[in-house]
Design a protein around this ligand. Structure first.
Ligand SMILES: *Cc1c(COP(=O)(O)O)cnc(C)c1O
Length: 377
């Protein structure tokens, strides 16, 4: 809820659009606000090139469609995803997702032609001095050996991983992967479903290192909680799809689109990317200090209003999921909702609404700090 629950500007836009019409199916009878949203996204997403957008209902559906576009545009089949990745729960997207339980176990068969590559995960690198570029070369070598650059339709990556543990790859990793994709005619897909829309302190997490994805997937923060997702990417890629190849009954529903237009306006007017950077600073100041005290607080990381703490057994890096669970439970008991995440279940992540005031944020930080102290005691 980037712009807060029941944001009043969005609620009003939703009511107005609902009173006009709730549905036509864009493929049958197009409407203006869909076009307006496509144009707005073309202006604010990275990449100064001709773009096309198409809208769907969920993040997973956006990911599915990004892969469809990449495959038809390249005539290739292989898709590369990374360790710790999360891309959704539909058949193709659970295959792209790294973690077996709870996402994949028992739900097979999974989609073929998915290859998993090593991620840049600074805290857990065997060689703590490995650079982002070196971590990228490690993945590139594996792609060359295991698949071949000319066989790969798409490389999909979250610029900051979400469910996998709020992993921020080392600087230089994303640009090198994107560059290699370009050299090999591979569609570089940034899954910004979680990190997008001001969450990372930039409009899109891809902006932080100046990468220009060929396709970006969007959802979560896009429409103030209304079900909407989309992909936006290079015109020549999306134009390579035949008529009727992409779409769906409700995709880009006019009420959800009205909510998106209002949400984006609100984020711009309130400079929520700037607010996310303030939250980031407060978080690192507060929990950076705490880290000196708490041996179990192995890593603090993240960007903007997407920040996290990784908990380990004191004296090493062995993940401590039990401790993490205890911290989350204590926070809940004190009225603060936090989520855990990470491949090892040992990460506490914070995704506050970016409209949160300082007082409420401090209050939540106090509860969280007390919960951590209590859990390690
Ligand atoms: C949540 C998420 C998805 C899936 O979105 P849904 O709307 O839940 O289908 C895909 N990718 C990322 C990075 C996500 O965080």
């Amino acid at each position: 809820t980037t712009i807060g629950a029941s944001n009043q500007a969005v609620a009003k836009a939703v009511a107005e659009q609902a009173a006009r019409f709730t549905h036509t199916c864009f493929m049958v009878a197009p409407y203006e606000n869909y076009i307006e949203l496509a144009e707005k996204l073309a202006a604010i997403t990275p990449g100064n090139f001709e773009k096309r957008a198409v809208f769907f209902n969920s993040g997973a559906e956006a990911v599915e469609n990004a892969i469809k576009v990449a495959r038809i545009a390249t005539g290739r089949q292989a898709v590369v995803a990374f360790d710790h990745a999360y891309h959704g729960r539909t058949n193709l997207t659970m295959g792209l997702t790294a973690k077996a339980a709870p996402y994949k176990r028992g739900f097979g068969p999974l989609a073929p032609e998915i290859y998993r590559m090593p991620m840049s995960y600074p805290y857990r690198e065997e060689n703590p001095n490995i650079s982002g570029k070196e971590a990228a070369e490690r993945a590139i070598l594996a792609m060359e050996k295991q698949i071949g650059g000319d066989q790969i339709a798409a490389i999909i990556i979250e610029p900051i991983q979400g469910e996998g543990g709020f992993i921020v790859p080392a600087t230089g990793f994303l640009p090198r992967i994107a560059e290699w994709a370009k050299e090999n005619g591979i569609v570089f897909v940034a899954d910004e479903v979680q990190a997008g829309f001001a969450r990372s302190g930039a409009w899109f997490a891809s902006d932080i290192e100046g990468i220009e994805p060929d396709i970006i997937t969007l959802a979560k923060g896009i429409a103030g909680g209304m079900p909407l997702s989309g992909i936006i990417g290079r015109a020549e890629l999306l134009d390579s799809v035949h008529g009727g190849g992409l779409g769906g009954t409700y995709g880009g529903n006019p009420v959800a689109v009205a909510a998106a237009l209002e949400s984006i306006k609100f984020m711009e007017e309130q400079d929520l990317a700037g607010r996310a950077r303030e939250i980031e600073e407060k978080f690192f100041t507060r929990f950076g200090a705490l880290q000196k005290d708490i041996k179990e607080l192995g890593d603090i990381r993240g960007r903007g209003g997407m920040v996290a703490m990784e908990f380990v057994k004191a004296g090493g890096k062995e993940p401590d999921a039990e401790l993490t669970k205890a911290i989350a439970a204590e926070c809940l008991a004190q009225g603060v909702l936090i989520l855990t995440c990470g491949t090892y279940g040992n990460v506490v992540r914070l995704l506050p609404p970016l409209v949160i005031g300082d007082e409420l944020l401090e209050d939540a930080f106090n509860v969280l700090e007390d919960a951590i102290r209590k859990a390690v005691a």
